[in-house]
Design a protein around this ligand. Structure first.
Ligand code: GTP
Ligand code: MG
Length: 170
């Protein structure tokens, strides 16, 4: 039993911590402090009204901790893979993370692809269509959601959706 651990993965600086902090604490900070690893416990109310306690694991974006990344993937119940719509390199890293998940866990795990910083439309380098395509063709038809941690767009939906998927696969 892996519990209800939802693991947030993605390249450095894409907004993983900002998404988690916006979701759990309801605020956004524009300062940037790279994460090593943080785990939060939280109770999510599902659309049917039932509460589930989850752990949300906010991981490091850098490649400095590959062993930690593997451990987090082995322990996860569901995964959020985040890139930033203004950062093409972070989008390329999505495939790398997906490959690592499938290598360690197979392809039948709940995964949501997230394009964060949707508020930065002028700086956009990855189109919605491009991301949808990867989700469909490479990532086993997983769901793609665009978020803004800054303006709290689609943030709670993302975590609820992932937990719903995890529950549906029980
Ligand atoms: P690592 O911990 O190093 O992997 O980074 P991270 O993915 O946790 O990124 P973090 O949440 O620390 O955010 C990095 C920077 O992007 C910060 O300056 C945030 O304020 C900014 N940021 C995060 N989300 C958004 C967003 O939705 N919109 C905008 N405009 N900026 C964002
Ligand atoms: Mg972080």
């Amino acid at each position: 039993m892996r519990g209800n651990k939802l693991v947030v993965l993605g390249a450095g600086g894409v907004g993983k911590t900002s998404l988690v902090v916006q979701y759990l604490e309801g605020f956004f900070s524009s300062s940037y402090k790279p994460t090593v690893e943080d785990c939060y416990r939280h109770t999510i109310q599902m659309p049917d009204g039932i509460f589930h306690t989850v752990e949300i694991l906010d991981t490091a974006g850098s490649h400095h901790f590959p062993a930690m990344r593997e451990l987090s993937i082995r322990s996860g119940r569901g995964f959020v893979i985040v890139f930033s719509v203004d950062d093409k390199q972070s989008f390329h890293e999505v495939t790398e993370l997906w490959n690592l998940i499938t290598k360690l866990r197979g392809s039948q795990v709940p995964v949501i692809l997230v394009g964060n910083k949707s508020d930065l439309n002028k700086e956009r380098k990855v189109s919605e269509a491009e991301a949808q395509e990867i989700a469909k063709d490479v990532m086993n038809n997983c769901r793609y959601i665009e978020t803004s941690a800054k303006y709290n767009v689609n943030v709670s939906q993302l975590f609820v959706q992932l937990l719903l998927q995890a529950k549906a696969m029980e």
